[in-house]
Write a protein that binds this ligand. Structure first.
Ligand code: SF4
Length: 457
């Protein structure tokens, strides 16, 4: 067990986060310290940090990073940046000076590697060139369908394998919440910029149920799904049918997400999917036949049993299948997932392989005409790496960008939905979360409605 006494800090949170990039949770302690210098007095695995008593958190973190790096021999490429939104500080610097200057400054301030600085530069350039400022007076909508056909081994989301009657009962409440939130939005003149129906797997619902949900959203918020960015996550190919896709298209929806995670049958079995790679291929063909203009695909780097070649093969195949928006995730093994319970340290191994996979994805996607356009990180990701959204020109998702910017209100509907209210004068977000269990959501439904009032209070 390492013990780090850090001089003159108010709380240990940021240092614990940085320590976790290098060491397991039970492998170290951070102890805020004030008093006479401990330098030269500590022995063994105890260390004194910030002897000079600096009040600059970045400077203390740089010193702590150096010490951790010496002790472990690791050199994590995101340096001292532990937050989930690495683009945020980068964009601020790029907008106030230049993208080139941002690269230098991010490396100096946070010790990020030249590769990650250049990734941020590409994303910042895409957003500055194609997205423009945030219309903060508008809002996005997120509606959650917390059902899936089976539960994936790495899943920590609000997702349930439930009988059809529960889907219908849940949908009825969700429609009521949608109508309530829509009425409030209309009363306050809130314009909607984008809608995202996620989960879980929304296409677990029947074609008729999907139609009711989308029609209710359109009527309640006075929107036309054909006129704004409206995405439905179809997620799992075993929930997709020609009938469902045709209904979505007939309602004006042109953006869909089909998420293979891997195109290797053995991996799909291992992670608890109840479908084959052939089912994924067929789902893509169906989506192309039905006429979706944007098809997003998620792939995960670092799935159990996969090497670089498996990953590369999956990526090349989903490009060939016609995905024009691809998110490359680094495996995150969070609490509540089966993988975490069976192998808590899994995400700490495999670092080299996963880094190599991300490098491979960058080369292949850039070469195929994709640009990286959004980025985020999660806790418990292998080597504290990142998730990056890539798109062919123009097929970026505004919703994905807004959700990372934290400068727009998000109206969250349904179990597990986390809404946000943006306060422009203070440039801050307040979260309004619905409960994540769909049964409790229904039991406490009046409370969920009351929470909607908080958006406008
Ligand atoms: S498809 Fe997504 S939400 Fe559903 S079980 Fe798998 S990881 Fe969880």
């Amino acid at each position: 067990m390492y013990r780090f006494y850090i001089n003159d800090i108010d709380d240990e949170y940021h240092y614990l986060e940085l320590g976790r990039v290098f060491l397991p949770d039970d492998g170290f302690e951070v102890i805020p310290y004030r008093g006479a210098s401990l330098s030269g007095m500590l022995t063994g695995n105890s260390f004194f940090v910030n002897e000079e008593g600096s009040s600059d958190r970045d400077e203390i973190k740089r010193e702590f990073y150096g010490l951790l790096s010496d002790l472990t021999g690791l050199d994590p490429p995101w340096g001292t940046l532990t937050g989930v939104r690495p683009l945020k500080p980068a964009l601020e610097i790029a907008r106030s000076s230049s993208v080139e200057n941002m690269k230098t400054e991010m490396s100096r301030r946070y010790l990020i590697s030249p590769e990650k600085a250049s990734l941020l530069a590409d994303i910042a350039s895409y957003q500055i060139g194609n997205i423009g400022g945030v219309p903060w007076e508008k809002a996005s909508i997120y509606a959650g369908i917390p059902f899936c056909p089976t539960r994936c081994a790495y899943c920590s989301f609000a997702s349930n394998v439930s009988p059809a009657e529960e889907h219908e009962r849940y949908l009825k409440d969700l429609l009521k919440e949608t109508a309530y939130a829509g009425r409030l939005a209309k009363e306050h003149g809130t314009e909607i910029e984008s809608v995202y129906i996620g989960g879980g797997t929304p296409t677990t619902l029947t074609a008729e149920q999907l139609s009711r949900l989308i029609t209710a959203a359109a009527e309640s918020f006075s929107i036309d799904p054909a006129e704004l960015e409206f995405t439905v996550e179809a997620g799992r190919p075993d929930t997709i049918s020609e009938e469902k896709l045709s209904v979505l298209r007939s309602l004006g929806i042109s953006r869909i997400s089909i998420n293979p995670q891997s195109m290797k049958d053995e991996t799909l079995r291992l992670i608890g999917r109840d479908h084959s790679a052939d089912d994924i291929r067929e789902a893509y063909r169906m989506a192309s036949r039905t006429g979706f203009s944007v098809i997003n695909a998620d792939l995960i780097a670092g799935l159990p049993g996969e090497d670089e070649k498996d990953f590369e093969k999956s990526l090349r195949e989903i490009i060939d299948l016609g995905a024009n928006n691809i998110t490359i995730h680094t495996l995150s093994v969070k609490r509540g997932s089966r993988l975490r319970e069976s192998d808590p340290g899994y995400y700490r191994r495999n670092t080299k392989t996963v880094s190599a996979m991300l490098d491979i994805s960058r080369g292949i996607l850039s070469g195929a005409g994709f640009s990286p356009y959004y980025i985020y990180r999660q806790k418990h990701q292998t080597a504290a790496l990142e998730n990056v959204g890539w798109c062919r020109p123009g097929s970026h998702s505004i919703y994905n960008i807004r959700i990372m910017e934290d400068r727009q209100t998000v109206i969250g509907l349904g179990a597990g939905a986390v809404g946000k209210v943006y306060f422009p004068d203070e440039d801050r977000i307040e979260r309004i979360a619905n409960v994540s269990d769909h049964k409790i959501y229904s039991e406490r439904f009046d409370e969920m409605l009351a929470r909607k009032d908080e958006y406008y209070r």
